[in-house]
Design a protein around this ligand. Structure first.
Ligand code: KIV
Ligand code: NA
Length: 277
C-alpha cells in the first residue's frame, strides 16, 4: 500500500470512490487496519470511553493521547493518521491549539488533527492552517459539547439547524479546514454538504452520500456495548468471543486440563531423577 495523503483523499473524492475510516488506539489494531487497507485512522478521544472506561470524552488529555498516536503510527505507516484534539486542548487560545496540534504532527507523525465545532472554531482553524497544520472539522453531534447539547443525539433535523450546519461547513472550509467529519446528522444534510464541498467529507451516522464512512472500531467489532448508537453496524461480536475464550481457560485450569504436556518445558530424564533425590 502506498502512503495515503490528503492528495489521495481528494482524488478518491473526485473519483467518487468511497473511503474507509476507523478509529484505532494501539499497535495490534493498527497493524490489522493497515493490512486491511483502511484509508484513514483516527486516534479518537473516544479512547476515553472505549479503552479507559470514562463516561464521556472530557477527561482525555494530550498526555494520554500521545503514546497511543505513536503506537498507531508504528502499526499503520501508510494510513492517513488523524490525532483527535482533546477537550480544552484547542478551546482556550489559538496558541495552545497550535502547540497541541503541533505535538500530534511532529511527535506523533500525524497527517492531520481533528477538532470539534462549527463557525465558533473558524478562527482557530484559520490560525492552525496558517501554522501548516491540516485540520479536519468535526460537526453535527460533537461529543465534547455533550453538556451543552443535553445528550448524545442527532443534530440538524429541523430546517434552521440543518441550514446552519450547511453554512458552517462553508465557513470552516473557507477558514482552511482540509476535510470535514459529520456525526449523527440526517443523510439529506450530509448529501448537500458533500456535494458543495471541495474537501473530503466523512460521515458517522451521516448516511450514504458522504465521501467516506467512519466507525469506532470497538463498536463495529462488538467490543463495547455501553450505549451503542443507531448508526453502528456490528460486523462481529468479538467481545462475546473473548468472553467464551476466558470461560474456556477458566474451565481448563479448574479441571486441570491446562497446561498439558506440550505447554511444559522438558528436562532430560536423568537430570530430573537426580533433581528429585
Ligand atoms: O473520538 C472519536 O472516535 C470520534 C469519532 C466518533 C469520529 O471523534
Ligand atoms: Na472524538
Amino acid at each position: 500500500m502506498a502512503k495515503i495523503t490528503i492528495q489521495t483523499l481528494r482524488e478518491k473524492k473526485a473519483r467518487k470512490e468511497p473511503m474507509t475510516f476507523l478509529t484505532g488506539y494501539d499497535y495490534p489494531f493498527a497493524l490489522l487496519e493497515q493490512k486491511a487497507g483502511i484509508d484513514v485512522i483516527l486516534v479518537g478521544d473516544s479512547i476515553g470511553m472505549v479503552v479507559y472506561g470514562y463516561n464521556s470524552t472530557l477527561p482525555v488529555t494530550m498526555d494520554l493521547m500521545m503514546p497511543h498516536v505513536k503506537a498507531v503510527r508504528l502499526g499503520a505507516p501508510d494510513a492517513y493518521l488523524v490525532g483527535d484534539m482533546p477537550y480544552m486542548s484547542y478551546q482556550v487560545s489559538k496558541s495552545e491549539a497550535i502547540r497541541n496540534a503541533g505535538r500530534f504532527m511532529a511527535e506523533g507523525e500525524c497527517d492531520a488533527v481533528k477538532l470539534e465545532g462549527g463557525r465558533e472554531v473558524a478562527e482557530t482553524i484559520r490560525a492552525m492552517a496558517d501554522a501548516t497544520i491540516p485540520v479536519m472539522a468535526h460537526m453535527g453531534l460533537t461529543p465534547q459539547s455533550v453538556a451543552q447539547l443535553g445528550g448524545y443525539k442527532a443534530q440538524g433535523r429541523d430546517l434552521a439547524t440543518a441550514k446552519k450546519l450547511i453554512e458552517d461547513a462553508d465557513i470552516l472550509q473557507e477558514a482552511g479546514a482540509s476535510s470535514l467529519l459529520l456525526e449523527a446528522v440526517p443523510a439529506e444534510v450530509a448529501a448537500i454538504i458533500t456535494q458543495r464541498s471541495r474537501v473530503p467529507v466523512f460521515g458517522i451516522g451521516a448516511g450514504p452520500h458522504v465521501d467516506g464512512q467512519v466507525l469506532v472500531i470497538h463498536d463495529m467489532l462488538g467490543m463495547f456495548d455501553r450505549g451503542t448508537a443507531k448508526f453502528v453496524k456490528k460486523y462481529r461480536l468479538i467481545g462475546q468471543q473473548i468472553l467464551e475464550a476466558l470461560a474456556e481457560f477458566k474451565e481448563d485450569v479448574t479441571a486441570k486440563r491446562f497446561p498439558a504436556k506440550e505447554h511444559c518445558y522438558p528436562m532430560p530424564e536423568d537430570v530430573a531423577a537426580e533433581l528429585k533425590k
